[in-house]
Design a protein around this ligand. Sequence first.
Ligand code: M6R
Length: 357
Amino acid sequence: EKGTYPHYMLKEIDEQPLVMRKIIQTYQNEQGELTINPEIISAMNESDRVYIIAAGTSYHAGLVGKQFIEGIAKLPVEVHIASEFVYNMPLLTEKPLFIFISQSGETADSRAVLVKVKEMGYRTLTITNVPGSTLSREAEYTLLLHAGPEIAVASSKAYTAQLAVLAILAEVTAKSQNIRVDFDLVHELGIIANAMEVLCDSKELFEHISREFLSVTRNAFFIGRGVDYYVCLEGALKLKEISYIQAEGFAGGELKHGTIALIEEGTPIIALATQESVNLSIRGNVKEVVARGANPCIISMKGLNMDEDSFVIPEVHELLTPLISVIPMQLIAYYAALHRDCDVDKPRNLAKSVTVE
Ligand code: M6R
């Protein structure tokens, strides 16, 4: 039940710190170490490449998951949109492991791939929020998100839960191979949960940002580099889905290859800057669009922030920033939908799970 909340989406955004703590607790053993079913870890270790298959928000989580698994466990990963993969299969390696990411566990596009790769004899793992769901029943293994029911059509807490579980999978795999992990994930996820709380307590600011940048516009651009780009894809999807503002997530450096032609006087640009290595270059991209009249809203991480930024997120481990930088995106989209009188929890033309291909 949504209790005193006006919408499920807002409740689910607010639940994210709790979900983080639940995930840490559930995936910890008595010694306080993160653990995962050893058969799943063997499947990871026996594979020469992971293929992540998903749709929508879960696909965006997969893109970040690739960074985690490659960065922490040093295992190559490809991420594919389920509806494309099913008829446009890439050349597979010898020992692929397929990971299906799906909040509902019912997405028909993902299931079509699962059926096909099972026929081909490949190993499969589903990461889902719903125990007993189709994708969970039909895959060899399942990892659960423990995020509690997600009712709003726009996914929020499932995305951050997916990222946390993917990070844990990466860490446990790395440790099983004696690959050095130079941070303590339990500790870092605890910091994430606290940072999420800070962001959820800043709703007025996000309402204000949303009013300033999005209450009258026809379109909006989200730009970032590296993992920030992936979070921008998710930010744009959230905004489109519930506020009907045409939005695009773009890699900062790619704008000038065409899309910059769309920038007009007042076009809102939401830029993410959480990665030290690209902080200056993304700010260079912001200057390029500002010179063409864009209205910039920069969201940066503490330590990388500059005077002109609209919001500074608390500092967390650089690899894990998507777990918190997405929250401003969720809240900005939520308030944009409110300001435009849209049906936040049940946007037009959409269903919570897409059970047709
Ligand atoms: O249940 P799934 O994670 O498989 O759903 C995939 C997409 O349909 C879903 O993430 C969709 O994009 C959301 N409504 C986005 O907020």
